[in-house]
Design a protein around this ligand. Structure first.
Ligand SMILES: Nc1ncnc2c1ncn2[C@@H]1O[C@H](COP(=O)(O)OP(=O)(O)OP(=O)(O)O)[C@@H](O)[C@H]1O
Ligand SMILES: [Mg+2]
Length: 249
């Protein structure tokens, strides 16, 4: 795989916390234009991997190259600016409780752009409509929304700055199966509506069924290692015993 096919590259990344090695010589690339899901049992190192992509955690050794920049070699200010390339949706949506849906989505626009109030209103309402949030719900607080609606607002906020890379850490945990599929549909729709820009989606998930249905590529982690990186169809046929066990759960 050539570098220009990948938007994110891990180059021999090792991460230690004290005596524990949480990422062990991780060396692989995440392709542009694809939905890649990171799978693995609890404690495998998935969230740590994602934090390296955002530069929230720095490698003990090796490099993390995102959109051609080794982000472990740039300063904090540059890194803050660089993070505009990312949209993030975390577990529990992590909305600001004291802000309406509208204000949650407007927040990054107010923080990072010089858009006028009118431009902000247009952009926010457009984003909320695109994720299926009504005008009426736009003015409610997160506590007045269902879990699935909060995820949608979180997704709209993640998309506000037109990111090149969307990162989702267990975006459907705590949702019922129907809402889970709705959120996956939305992630997939978001991906393929933006794919002409070299858009990359990275999802951490425990939901094996949704993953196999909605992803293009699978990265399987175990004990800080990437043990497989395959397209979905090859992954389903993997004979790795740990993966078989995971698939048969
Ligand atoms: N800041 C930290 N300090 C020390 N140890 C850490 C830190 N962050 C993560 N770890 C350890 O690294 C290992 C991997 O954690 P990580 O959160 O990446 O796992 P995960 O694959 O995301 O698991 P889960 O599916 O439960 O979310 C765990 O053993 C965890 O205790
Ligand atoms: Mg995790």
């Amino acid at each position: 795989m050539t570098n220009d096919q990948c938007s994110i590259e891990f180059k021999h990344v090792t991460k230690k916390f004290g005596a524990a090695t949480v990422l062990d010589d991780v060396n692989f690339g995440i392709k542009k234009d694809k939905i890649t899901t990171v799978l693995g049992f609890s404690g495998a190192g998935k969230t740590t991997l994602m934090k390296h992509i955002l530069g929230l955690t720095m490698p003990t050794s090796g490099d993390v190259v995102v959109l051609g920049t080794a982000i472990n070699h740039i300063g904090e200010l540059e890194l803050r600016e660089f993070r505009r390339n990312f949209g993030m949706v975390f577990q529990y949506a992590a909305l600001f409780d004291f802000l309406t849906s509208f204000e949650n989505v407007a927040f990054p626009l107010r923080e990072f752009t010089k858009m006028s109030e009118e431009q902000i209103t247009d952009k926010v309402m457009g984003l909320l409509v695109s994720v299926g949030i009504s005008k009426e719900a736009a003015y409610r607080l997160p506590s007045e929304l269902s879990g699935g609606m909060r995820k949608r607002v979180g997704l709209a906020r993640g998309l506000a700055l037109d990111p090149h890379i969307m990162l989702y850490d267990e975006p459907t945990s705590g949702l019922d199966p129907i809402t889970t599929h709705m959120v996956y549909d939305l992630m997939r729709e978001t991906h393929y509506n933006n794919v002409h820009n070299g858009f990359t989606s990275v999802i951490i998930s425990h939901d094996i069924h949704a993953t196999l249905k909605y992803s293009d590529e699978i990265v399987f982690m175990e004990n800080g290692h990437v043990v497989e990186h395959l397209d979905v169809e090859s992954f389903k046929k993997s004979e790795n015993p740990v993966i078989r066990r995971f698939l048969e759960l």
